[in-house]
Each structure stands twice: as C-alpha cells, then as structure tokens.
Ligand binder design. Structure first.
Ligand SMILES: Cc1cc2nc3c(=O)[nH]c(=O)nc-3n(C[C@H](O)[C@H](O)[C@H](O)COP(=O)(O)O)c2cc1C
Length: 140
C-alpha cells in the first residue's frame, strides 16, 4: 500500500503531528506544495483558523484526483480540539476519493491555550491512530 503524508501548518503544531505519523509509517511528511501521485492512502493534516480551514488546503483537496489519491485520512490540530474532518469532506464531496470516517483531532497551542500541545502523549496517540488505520486497511 502506497502511503503518503501531507500537511498544512502555519505555526508548526500540525507539522509535529504529521512528522510523528510519517515516522510511524516509515514515510516522509511533506507540506501541501508537494503534489500527490500514486497514493492508496493519504494522511492529510490541517488546522482550524477562524472557524475554517486555510484556503490553500481547500485548493489542495479540491485539486486531488482519484487516480492519484484513493483515500484520505484527515488529522488536525486546533485550539478548541474541533476536527476539520467535515470541512475537508466538503472539498471532496463530488469526487470518488474516499474520506475515511476515522479522523484525529489534537489540541494545538494557541495564545494561552493548550500550552505545549501537541505534547509527547499527543504524538504517541497520533502514531497509534495511524498504525491502527493502516493495519485495519491491510486486513481488508
Ligand atoms: C489566525 C488563527 C486563527 C485561529 N482560529 C481558530 C479557530 O477558529 N478555532 C480553533 O479551534 N483554533 C483556532 N486557532 C488555533 C489553531 O487552530 C491552533 O493553534 C493550531 O494548532 C494551529 O496549527 P499550526 O501550528 O499547524 O498552524 C487559530 C489560530 C490562528 C493563528
């Protein structure tokens, strides 16, 4: 199974999670300026800014093609620990790309909130999440 990791991260919180997931899966975490080719599974990291996802993430997801990305697993960081899964889903709704119903949301430091997050425990949880998804798909 070809697995790839892409992220969009303004402040580095989501990048940390992306790198943990990539390390667990033995691949590289790249930002979304790197196109996706030949992915069976794309772990996509992004964040909540002013109640939505960045326009670059919307564009990136909007331009994905099922020929190059069969399935997406979304993960996100945010101050309120609110997932971006639904926002990403809106961007792919007219495509044949599958968005895995499982998604990961991790608190991210913002101003005085969530100091030090994502922390080591969060990164461990992210690795476990990614491993479980990949193992479950490998069994299908
Ligand atoms: C300009 C800005 C707006 C934000 N708006 C929200 C928001 O609406 N809801 C929320 O939960 N977090 C919000 N946050 C917090 C970020 O989602 C959080 O810090 C996240 O971990 C940032 O990820 P990054 O470091 O990968 O960019 C905002 C952060 C910034 C910088």
């Amino acid at each position: 199974m070809n697995i790839q990791v892409r992220y969009y991260s303004r402040g580095g919180n989501t990048k940390k999670v992306a790198e943990a997931i990539a390390e667990e899966l033995g691949v590289e975490a790249l930002n979304i300026t790197n196109p996706v080719e030949g992915a069976d599974l794309l772990f996509l990291g992004n964040s909540m800014y002013a109640f939505t996802i960045d326009k670059n993430v919307k564009k990136f997801v909007g331009e994905l093609k099922v020929e190059n990305t069969k399935e997406i697993v979304n993960f996100s960081t945010s101050a309120s620990d609110s997932s971006t899964h639904k926002k990403v889903n809106k961007c792919i709704k007219d495509k044949n790309i599958k968005l895995n119903e499982k998604h990961l949301s991790i608190p991210g430091e913002f101003l005085k909130m969530n100091k030090g997050r994502p922390n080591e425990e969060d990164l461990k949880a992210a690795k476990k999440f990614a491993r479980e998804i990949v193992d479950s798909l490998a069994k299908e």
